[in-house]
Design a protein. Structure first.
Length: 244
């Protein structure tokens, strides 16, 4: 039996506030960050579907390795934004009626690149693409037998969205990002919202806190080749912003 399994990530880009610069100059920001995610939804391959309901404390116990970083470059009205996520997880899950038990070791990479344009001083419209690649080893147990399998899945979602930035003071900036993607090209549909607050500690260092919610609905193939991933990913995040 060959089964694919996945975990998202997710991933959409974390956008960071940028100080004013001359039109001829590029400004850059690099931001490693931590995302305290919770997962809720279902994932399935062929006729097998498992329910996932994991809090942040569950994910933290299951996390083997993680690397998350965002980047932004800006010149005049143009923005180039990127986000990269690597996570290595060991997750326990249940069957749709609770009579199945399983375990998955998941290695996941997600990368997003967006290009944005400032319509005015506060509003940015952007478009880009989000790539997700997952490899997994899966074990599913029933009262009668145990199935062991490994597999992988990858897809690319087109993404469009808006970002609204609101300066609150000389050192504080609030922002709200909303985007949608997939549209049947990669996933059936995905969307996310990020509400964040940036504190500019110095010209070169800032701290950003946010709450991020992502919803992914991926369904591909038929019969034994069908792969389903319908997941809500949400939680607070915290990052350090290096400006140069």
């Amino acid at each position: 039996m060959n089964v694919n399994a996945t975990r998202p990530l997710l991933a959409g880009a974390l956008l960071l506030a940028v100080p004013a610069v001359h039109a001829s100059d590029w400004s850059h920001e690099l931001a490693p960050y931590a995302w305290a995610i919770a997962l809720e939804g279902e994932s399935g391959v062929g006729n097998l579907t498992v329910d996932v309901d994991k809090s942040f404390s569950d994910i933290l116990d299951d996390l083997d390795m993680a690397f998350l970083v965002a980047y932004r470059a800006r010149r005049d009205r143009l923005s180039i934004m990127a986000d990269f996520v690597y996570m290595d997880l060991g997750l326990d899950a249940a069957g749709p009626r609770g009579n199945l038990r399983g375990h998955a070791d998941v290695s996941q990479k997600a990368a997003e690149v967006d290009v944005g344009w400032n319509v005015d001083e506060r509003l940015v419209v952007f478009a880009g693409a989000r790539f997700v690649d997952v490899d997994a080893d899966l074990e599913v147990r029933t009262p009668q037998q145990t199935f062991v399998a490994d597999g992988g899945e990858s897809w690319v979602d087109p993404v469009v969205g808006v970002l609204y930035e609101l300066p609150l003071s000389e050192k504080w900036t609030g922002r709200l990002r909303v985007d949608a993607g997939g549209f049947g090209v990669g996933s059936e549909f995905s969307w996310q919202g990020i509400a964040s607050l940036l504190w500019q500690v110095s010209p070169s260092i800032g701290v950003v806190g946010a709450y991020r919610h992502m919803d992914i609905d991926y369904d591909d193939g038929d019969g034994r080749d069908r792969f389903v991933y319908d997941m809500l990913i949400s939680g607070p995040l915290l990052g350090v912003v290096f400006s140069f």
